[in-house]
Design a protein around this ligand. Structure first.
Ligand SMILES: NC(=O)c1ccc[n+]([C@@H]2O[C@H](COP(=O)([O-])OP(=O)(O)OC[C@H]3O[C@@H](n4cnc5c(N)ncnc54)[C@H](OP(=O)(O)O)[C@@H]3O)[C@@H](O)[C@H]2O)c1
Length: 244
């Protein structure tokens, strides 16, 4: 029952956000209406930074590893809102999932954890590389990383996010040690985009919505946007988007 109530609240929050925000706008809102459960799959540099920023924002985060014990000390230092588990446990725990993995690992995650991930918002930050991902890299370059991730994670509400910013810049922004970091995000799912935009704000970063999943091409590896690690006004200028 509890799970259904949370799912209903999440849906209401998303619909409410859509009602007050124009399409493709990321207009400010103070914080998420209620803490969410986030499952981080691939809690290395990037996933760890995003997860820690979201714990500090008051969300409950399960950090996962194939060897969860190695994350215990980090989670303990973060307090009761942080926990550790396997990737399967994190996929089951999260209402929202963050994937920050070597790109090829999305294949097994999408296949093996399909029941746990089905219908959930997945924020995918994973990037393919020529040297590590072979044929999958070629496919992603041809079809777009967004479309390729959506194919590898079937049945999810996929959002590309945190893929074009550096883990250290996320940490610095969330701790107020730099100007607020702009984070480009893209999805075919408008409601998911608004939920993720709010999570980006909760992490003390600034979401910049580029549009549908195909639009994530503009912030793929090798573009001027990738790891520009700049503020919202500069990112909007680079992307030729109107000012917020
Ligand atoms: N680092 C950045 O600043 C940054 C910025 C933007 C995007 N990204 C992207 O984020 C992804 C991760 O980068 P990273 O720098 O965070 O790498 P990382 O520090 O090496 O972390 C990768 C994590 O993936 C997990 N992992 C590896 N293979 C796995 C598998 N088969 N199944 C489940 N988990 C697996 C590892 O967890 P265990 O070994 O503990 O299981 C590890 O913690 C990459 O695609 C990268 O392009 C990184």
């Amino acid at each position: 029952m509890k799970i259904f109530r949370r799912a209903a609240l999440l849906a209401i929050a998303a619909v409410a956000a859509l009602a007050v925000l124009p399409a493709f706008s990321a207009t400010a809102q103070a914080s998420s209406p209620q803490p969410m459960r986030i499952g981080v799959i691939g809690a290395g540099s990037l996933g760890g930074s995003v997860g820690r920023a979201l714990v500090k924002a008051g969300h409950e985060v399960m950090f996962s590893s194939r060897n969860p014990d190695q994350l215990q000390a980090m989670a303990k230092a973060l307090g009761p809102k942080a926990s550790v588990g396997t990737p399967k446990e994190a996929a089951a725990f999260g209402e929202i999932i963050v994937t920050a993995l070597p790109y090829s690992a999305l294949q097994s995650i999408g296949r093996d954890l399909q029941p746990e991930l089905r219908g959930k918002i997945v924020i995918d930050a994973s990037n393919p590389t020529r040297w590590a991902d072979g044929e999958l890299y070629q496919q992603a370059m041809r079809d777009g990383v967004g479309a390729t991730s959506a194919r590898l994670l079937p049945g999810t509400r996929l959002v590309r996010g945190f893929s074009a910013v550096n883990a250290t810049a996320i940490a610095a922004s969330s701790e107020g040690r730099r100007t607020t970091l702009a984070v480009p995000i893209a999805s075919d799912d408008q409601a998911a985009l608004q939920v993720v935009a709010q999570l980006v704000r909760d992490a003390k970063c600034a979401p910049v919505i580029t549009g549908d999943l195909a639009s994530s091409r503009v912030f793929e590896d090798g573009t001027p946007i990738d790891e520009a690690d700049t503020d919202e006004a500069s990112l909007r200028r680079l992307l030729k988007l109107p000012r917020s």
